[in-house]
Design a protein around this ligand. Structure first.
Ligand code: ZN
Ligand code: ZN
Length: 241
């Protein structure tokens, strides 16, 4: 085969792959043909529950930019937060598929959506980390959903990911607890892993921030370990304190 034939064959194969992937691709939400990048069409992406303004510290939705009353009254141990979406349909069902139905491919998809609107302070961040799972939930589920999302973002953004900066003891599942129980529970069951952080800005990545008590406790531990700043990046935020 001469050189020009080989180039034509390569171009033909490449075009065939692109065309077939375009022709077979549908938006996973509206099921219409999707010619946009990603698993959602642009219209569905734009219709996801979002907020224009959030508290700069805890990312709770606000009517105008600034700080919420709760952060002004009791400053959390973390310094900044960024959140992509508000918790609600279809976000809840995607998280259910990842966490309860153990469809790990959703970690990549959620990370893909997070990358559409990354935190404005990302360049200041030295290291990514995630909230450790309890040993029981690791055994039950087989993976830590927050870790999968964090590692995917670390790969895409070329940031180091450090695991096990805190230890979590058994009995600290947050799912069925009310706000005050969550705060008490988190405080009791998270401990320092004894690692030394050299004045780094650590970003804690999580799927959902609810009361912020887990992020607050993790940030307290990270700062005692030497972090100069702790920020939070979460996929979804529950709308009210
Ligand atoms: Zn769509
Ligand atoms: Zn706040």
């Amino acid at each position: 085969m001469n050189g020009s034939n080989s180039i034509i064959k390569k171009v033909y194969l490449r075009l065939k792959n692109v065309l077939s992937s375009l022709l077979n691709k549908t938006c996973e939400l509206c099921l219409e043909d999707n010619f946009d990048e990603g698993f959602l069409c642009a219209d569905c992406e734009n219709s996801l529950p979002q907020s224009q303004s959030r508290c700069q510290m805890c990312a709770i939705p606000l009517l105008s930019p600034g700080y919420c009353g709760q952060c002004l009254a009791h400053k959390p141990a973390f310094d900044l937060s960024h959140c992509n979406f508000n918790y609600g349909a279809p976000i809840d069902s995607w998280l259910h598929q990842l966490k309860d139905q153990r469809k790990t491919q959703w970690a990549q998809k959620l990370a893909q959506l997070m990358l559409l609107n990354p935190p404005p302070f990302l360049t200041e961040v030295d290291v990514f980390t995630f909230v450790p799972s309890t040993r029981w939930s690791l055994i039950k589920r087989g993976f830590n959903p927050g870790e999968l999302i964090t590692r995917e973002l670390g790969r895409k953004l070329n940031k180091p990911v450090i695991a096990k900066l805190a230890k979590r003891s058994h009995g600290s599942e947050q799912k069925n607890l009310n706000r005050q129980q969550r705060i008490n529970n988190v405080h009791k069951h998270f401990h320092s892993a004894g690692k030394q952080l050299n004045h780094q800005h650590i970003m804690l990545i999580d799927d959902v921030m609810t009361t912020g008590s887990t992020a607050h406790t993790m940030a307290t531990i990270l700062k005692v370990s030497g972090a100069s700043k702790v920020s939070v990046w979460c996929f979804a935020r529950t709308p009210k304190h």
